[in-house]
Design a protein around this ligand. Structure first.
Ligand code: ZN
Length: 349
């Protein structure tokens, strides 16, 4: 297997206070003009810190759009409006604004810098953007950011479920890698060993420190970033996404109230790990250690919707072999776990 040329971030700053220095980093990239796409509802104090950091370096803010909706329509409307030459595009805030910004930068061929203010999934540095087209969610391939700036002090202030969602998305890598290797043995699907190793390593890295503090945020941001890089290296989502993501996609489509991506994939990872060899212990240690399931218990999932999601999961991606492929014991075993597994007690109603 030949690896074609890949584009990965060369500017990475993950530390407390990084927001106040974004201007310095952009100046080093020789960006004299910046277009900004920020999240709807972003606290004014964060926006002010960002704008002040540009001014202090003499960088002009030539465009600012507040993103309310992560749609293909919004992205394709914005791209031609951006001025060219000396421009960098910055995505500031949560997942939606960053997905739009990443895709707009890709369409307009301008360097893109991601500045996430929460770490709820690996989307801030992944090679795809999740956007709706006429209301239906789709994934669009795009370039990775050239820069990623994470102010860990700001991320630490984000609500706890967002942090746990990020943890769940990392736990999902343990089951995704096992699924990828199963697909190799069953169907000869090529595995990019280094991408698999990198992705797998991020789970181990986080298991060593499950407390939510500045260091915990740094480790989570690093893990999610490296998973984005692993996907770019592999040229596929395999390093980051397996059967647990299929279950989450099915919930997004069929559940009455879909929840945060990482809360769904983390829980699904725990469930599918029961069918795999080698992932269970790591998934459980990471999720139990961080108090992940306590957040689920505070707002339990609907049991029958999960059984239904497991029923529909294999249809979610065409030609995608996972541990769930071709088994006829899945629904019974999942139902038994939802009812009896002590770790999941109180997580389903
Ligand atoms: Zn994910």
């Amino acid at each position: 297997m030949q690896r074609t040329q890949i584009g990965i971030p060369s500017l990475v700053r993950i530390k407390p206070g990084a927001m106040a220095r974004v201007g310095v980093y952009l100046a080093r990239m020789r960006a004299s003009r910046v277009a900004l796409l920020s999240s709807h509802g972003l606290p004014a104090s964060i926006l002010e810190r960002f704008v002040a950091s540009l001014s202090s370096e003499g960088i002009a803010l030539v465009h600012h759009t507040v993103v309310e909706e992560a749609s293909y329509e919004v992205a394709t409307q914005l791209a031609p409006q951006l001025p060219a030459h000396g421009l960098a595009l910055v995505g500031l805030g949560g997942g939606r604004a960053l997905d739009v910004a990443k895709y707009v930068a890709h369409l307009a061929s301008v360097p893109y810098v991601a500045v996430p203010t929460s770490l709820s999934n690996d989307g801030f540095a992944s090679p795809s953007a999740s956007l709706t087209v006429e209301g239906r969610r789709r994934s669009f391939g795009c370039s990775l950011p050239v820069g990623v700036v994470v102010d860990t002090a700001i991320c630490l202030e984000a609500p706890t479920p967002l942090w746990l969602s990020g943890i769940g998305d990392v736990a999902a890598k343990a089951t995704a890698i096992v699924d990828w290797k199963l697909a190799f043995h069953a169907r000869g699907e090529p595995v990019d060993d280094l991408a698999a190793l990198l992705s797998d390593a991020t789970v181990f890295q986080l298991m060593g420190r499950t407390t939510r503090d500045l260091e915990g945020e740094r480790l989570l941001a690093t893990a999610l970033l490296l998973n984005g890089v692993a996907m770019e290296m592999a040229g596929s989502t395999r390093p980051a996404s397996g059967s647990e993501h299929l279950v989450s996609h099915a919930l997004d489509r069929y559940a009455s109230r879909p929840r945060l991506h990482g809360l769904q994939v983390g829980t699904a990872a725990y469930l599918v790990s029961a069918f795999q060899r080698g992932s269970r212990e790591r998934v459980e240690r990471l999720l139990v250690g961080t108090g992940f399931f306590d957040a689920i218990r505070a707002d339990p999932f609907v049991r029958d919707e999960w059984i239904d999601a497991f029923r529909h999961a294999p249809e979610m991606k065409h030609d995608f072999h996972t541990v769930l492929t071709g088994r006829n014991d899945v629904l019974d075993r999942v139902a038994a776990m939802l009812d009896e597994d002590p770790v999941l007690g109180g997580c389903f109603r």
